[in-house]
Design a protein around this ligand. Structure first.
Ligand SMILES: Nc1ncnc2c1ncn2[C@@H]1O[C@H](COP(=O)(O)OP(=O)(O)OP(=O)(O)O)[C@@H](O)[C@H]1O
Ligand SMILES: [Mg+2]
Length: 258
């Protein structure tokens, strides 16, 4: 099969994207667009369907109906092509504790046939602030260091687009700030488009140009935070925005404002 080269400004587009498990609809007719160079916050409480959506965009799970285009390709038809151009930092990323940070990146780099690997590894480690521990075993890494290594593993592939699923989960405030600062630099320094999933609006809103709010598989709102706040008739006060869009999720509200 031959595939046409197209210039894409819409890096991700979904059209009625839907996923059902049995009788449960976990992603419900999602229409979304993510543009080149954007940091797009994908937001919603536990079980909203964020990870399922990302898996469909990666071609790792099949939509029940609707379709998606990622970098101009349908991930159903071109799963390998999509996976080779998209970086994915999964929830609950593991490390191979016996490998050093350098070796972990070399392993991924080899798999992806990266040229000039050694230099690419040091650049990635430098970007995420792990140069000094390049030759330390990752089993000794703190959670924050592991997350940053995870990000380096994503970046070493030279992706055009990255999906970061809850990259700040379990990090302390310093770790969160470091991770968000890193994410914020990616569009300018690496020409990347970033989709950042989280259940915490106040974190995502620090870096996202636009956010989409998902609740039980349905898109509740999408736009810059100020617009969502205006829509909700409140000031750009995160607690109030959350209260408006998640009237029935008091536990999310308390978590969001912690
Ligand atoms: N393989 C599966 N089989 C059946 N149900 C599933 C499967 N994967 C996910 N689900 C269900 O789909 C819903 C959405 O799950 P998903 O993991 O996409 O949510 P999420 O927004 O990523 O949540 P979290 O914030 O907890 O990571 C949940 O109700 C979940 O139980
Ligand atoms: Mg998830």
């Amino acid at each position: 099969m031959k595939r046409e080269k197209v210039v894409v400004e819409k890096i991700v587009e979904t059209f009625g994207l839907t996923k059902r498990y049995g009788r449960q609809t976990v992603v419900d007719r999602l229409d979304l667009t993510v543009s080149q160079g954007e940091i797009f916050g994908f937001l919603g409480p536990n079980g909203a369907g964020k990870t399922t959506t990302l898996l469909m965009l990666l071609g790792l799970t099949e939509p029940t109906s609707g379709y998606a285009q990622v970098l101009g390709l349908d991930p159903r038809r071109w799963p390998l092509e999509v996976k080779s151009s998209v970086g994915y930092l999964a929830e609950n990323m593991g490390v191979y504790g016996d490998l050093t940070a350098y070796q972990s990146l070399a392993f991924i780099g080899d798999l992806n046939h990266i040229n000039g690997l050694s230099q690419a590894i040091y650049e990635a480690l430098d970007l995420v602030g792990l140069s000094e521990v390049a030759h330390k075993k990752t089993g000794q890494f703190s959670r924050g260091m592991r997350q940053r290594l995870g990000l380096a593993e994503v970046l070493i592939k030279n992706p055009k687009l990255v999906f970061l699923d809850e990259p700040t989960l379990g990090l302390d405030p310093d770790g969160i700030a470091t991770m968000l600062e890193l994410i914020e630099r990616l569009p300018a320094e690496k020409g990347l488009t970033v989709v950042l999933s989280s259940h915490l609006l106040h974190l995502v809103s620090r870096v996202a140009h636009r956010v989409a709010i998902l609740d039980r598989g349905r898109l509740m709102a999408v736009g810059p935070l100020e617009e969502l706040a205006a829509h909700a008739g409140v000031s750009a006060d995160l607690e109030q925005v959350y209260r408006y869009f998640f009237k029935n999720h008091s536990q999310v509200l308390s978590e969001a404002t912690r």
